[in-house]
Design a protein around this ligand. Structure first.
Ligand code: F3S
Length: 285
């Protein structure tokens, strides 16, 4: 059985940067607590735990003097609370997320109501909306959004960094197609991360050459789930696995070639273990 890795795979620069910052902070301070998971991948979280980096759900749970902000970023209200509590902050917010935060803040300052194309429950989206000062909403369906009566006439649209260009374009088009008569100004800024989109293009390319695809990554990782979505859209059977143990041998029945891709928060170790397991399953057939 042929096995091929996608040409763009694994850690992006934002995740690498966040992990380096946390490892350095843990070495300097002995222990560090992070506000939420620094990335949505259990292997990475457990590895960091061994080095003294622990996840807390809220500032109330912080026991030490140092708190780290994850790559997903936070809103200004959270930064203020960290200051009020006199905690030292290690800011691992990805620069691309920070860019989206600045875009939201500027849109709001210019009187635009901010619409974020993304998952309203994702920490990145909550943080970005925080920078809009409460003057905005997150949504993944443009038509549902237009059913809300109180949308102001001047709007700014941006995207969660891990969404796909195709879905963002469809979202923006549905707002313009069905709601342009309601608006005086519609400003759109593409805040989708380059690392995410490059992996999606490489994953689609890979899916076109194989009859089975594995996406390696955290089940709750937004960019990993997007890779699953774009591969499945090509019509190829695709499975998301966080570890090699999740592979079911029956998935390989009748398959001649397999492609592997991975989310931006997936460590090389997890990718190599999946590769190794597929190789041994292939050899045993
Ligand atoms: Fe940042 Fe993009 Fe990675 S937003 S964390 S470089 S996927």
């Amino acid at each position: 059985m042929e096995i091929e890795k996608a040409r763009e795979i694994g850690f992006c620069f934002g995740v690498r940067r966040a992990i380096n910052l946390l490892e350095g902070a843990a070495q300097r301070h002995g222990a560090v607590e992070t506000l939420g998971a620094v990335v949505h991948n259990q292997t990475v979280i457990k590895d960091l735990e061994r080095q003294g980096v622990n996840v807390v759900g809220s500032l109330d749970e912080v026991k030490g003097a140092v708190v780290a902000i994850s790559s997903h970023g936070v809103g200004p209200q959270v930064l203020q609370s960290i200051q009020d509590r006199k905690l030292q902050a290690i800011d691992a917010t990805c620069p691309r997320v920070r860019h989206a935060q600045r875009v939201a803040r500027e849109m709001s300052h210019h009187g635009l109501y901010v619409i974020v194309f993304g998952d309203a429950n994702h920490p990145e989206v909550k943080g970005v909306l925080g920078w809009a000062g409460g003057n905005g909403v997150a949504c993944v369906n443009g038509e549902i959004l237009l059913n809300i009566d109180k949308i102001p006439q001047n709007i700014g649209i941006l995207s969660q960094t891990t969404q796909s260009h195709e879905n963002f374009a469809r979202f923006a088009a549905s707002i313009v197609d069905h709601g342009l008569h309601r608006f005086k100004e519609v400003r759109l800024v593409n805040t989708i991360c380059h690392a995410t989109s490059k992996r999606q293009v490489a994953a689609i390319d890979l899916a076109g050459r194989h009859d089975l695809v594995f996406v390696v990554g955290g089940h709750s990782s937004s960019n990993t789930r997007r890779l699953l979505e774009v591969c499945r859209k090509t019509g190829v059977e695709t499975h998301l696995v966080e570890t090699a143990d999740e592979i079911e041998p029956a998935w390989l029945d009748g398959k001649l070639s397999v492609g592997i891709t991975a989310g931006t928060s997936t460590p090389d170790q997890a990718i190599n273990e999946v590769l190794g397991k597929l190789q041994s399953l292939s050899d045993s057939r």
